[in-house]
Design a protein around this ligand. Structure first.
Ligand SMILES: NC(=O)c1ccc[n+]([C@@H]2O[C@H](COP(=O)([O-])OP(=O)(O)OC[C@H]3O[C@@H](n4cnc5c(N)ncnc54)[C@H](O)[C@@H]3O)[C@@H](O)[C@H]2O)c1
Ligand SMILES: [Zn+2]
Length: 359
């Protein structure tokens, strides 16, 4: 097992990473100082696959366990699911020491985290991410929230977990398309911060797609370490944390325009990264070789690279402007300086779309 630490002073917490850690979750959660009651938030399918082993481990350690099963899908990251969680915690008389555990992908993690942030003005919570995206990204860093009908993640809080438990074995049941979508965020870490990680992905892509356990642990550990470093430097995204948005300006716009149906998040980000690399090259910030390597790795991973032809530039501009990161009409856009470094520029949505068109 590997242990990483997210260093945030009093809010610091460990990430445990390895194989078959679910069966040890009880001891880990006890060590994190959670009270007697634990509420596990998960989805029906994950409840079938992983709840018995997690519950067993918690009960063996002396916890009283209840579970809240939320329907799966981005459309359920909403107030109705949040209410289900609050209702259950109130029914079971959870107190300020009781603990919430998120067993699932980013949807469960964001929901359970926000419930924990707000219930009784904050109870401890633990992330047990089961998608690659959640293991390398959403479970670390303390962004929690729910969607509003006016937009994604409009309601939320920065609230750090007490502990993250990453069991790579869980990825064996993840649909391959979800796994590949998560890889997009791993590729992103390589581009923004780590040429060695990027080269490793290039060289060992097949083994990774074959879920080679040792390689998975390596790649996830490196990704979490990068995310942790960024969060340690700028926890509340006042400035630097937005490097994590590389590929996300165009990616978010694509997701919004296609109604969160056509693209998985990572797939939209993959297109966004290839396009951001092309813009970086046009701006003279990224060399051609790096641009080509980014585009090839994305493609070889089985991810999309192009904006669908049916999408009009005008629609893209509108979708980018409702993005909450826009400030005074300009959007903070992340360029890559080759592989392993970034640079911020402020663009209007019109400028970005003109750049995409190569103008
Ligand atoms: N908080 C953050 O910092 C942050 C960062 C990135 C994304 N997000 C959020 O994360 C969400 C997307 O997360 P996601 O990509 O993990 O999607 P998800 O949580 O919807 O999970 C994808 C699907 O995989 C299933 N699944 C999960 N683990 C499985 C497993 N081990 N075996 C079989 N099936 C499994 C789920 O039931 C679901 O159907 C979005 O809502 C996004 O806004 C948050
Ligand atoms: Zn993302």
């Amino acid at each position: 097992m590997r242990t990483l630490t997210v260093n945030l002073g009093a809010r610091s917490y460990p990430i445990y990473l390895g194989r078959e850690l679910l069966a040890q979750a009880g001891e880990f959660i006890q060590r994190a100082g959670c009270g007697e009651k634990v509420g596990i938030v998960t989805h029906p399918k994950l409840a079938e696959l992983y709840l018995p082993i997690l519950e067993e481990s918690l009960k063996r350690t002396g916890f009283r366990v209840v579970s809240v099963i939320i329907p799966e899908g981005e459309e359920h990251k909403n107030f109705a699911s949040l209410s289900l969680i609050y209702d259950r915690l109130i029914e079971e008389r959870f107190d300020r020491g009781s603990c919430v555990v998120a067993l699932g992908g980013g949807v469960v993690g964001d929901l359970a985290g926000f419930a924990a942030a707000t219930f009784l003005r904050g109870v401890p919570y633990v992330q047990v991410p089961t998608t690659l995206l959640a293991q390398v990204d959403s479970s670390v860093g303390g962004k929690t929230g729910v969607n509003h009908r006016a937009g994604k993640n409009l309601i939320g809080a920065f609230y750090q977990p007490r502990l993250v438990i990453i069991d790579v074995e869980a990825l064996r049941t993840l649909p391959p398309r979800e796994f590949v979508a998560g890889l997009a965020e791993v590729i992103k870490y390589g581009v923004i911060a780590d040429p060695k990680l990027f080269a490793l992905l290039e060289q060992k892509l097949d083994r990774l797609l074959g879920l080679d356990r040792e390689l998975l642990v390596d790649v996830i550990a490196t990704s979490c370490a990068i995310k942790a470093q960024v969060v340690e430097r700028d926890e509340q995204e006042e400035d630097y944390r937005s490097v994590l948005n590389f590929g996300h300006t165009v990616g978010h716009a694509l997701e919004a325009l296609t109604g969160y149906g056509k693209f998985l998040h990572g797939e939209a980000v993959a297109v966004g990264m290839v396009q951001a690399a092309a813009i970086s090259s046009r701006q003279g910030v990224c060399d051609e070789t790096s641009q080509r390597r980014i585009s090839e790795l994305v493609q070889n991973a089985g991810l999309p690279t192009e904006i669908p032809s049916g999408i009009e530039p005008r629609e893209l501009i509108q979708a980018m402007e409702v993005d909450k990161k826009s400030l005074g009409g300009k959007i903070k856009f992340v360029l890559c300086r080759g592989i392993g470094a970034t640079q911020f520029v402020w663009f209007s949505a019109e400028e970005i779309v003109a750049q995409l068109a190569g103008e």
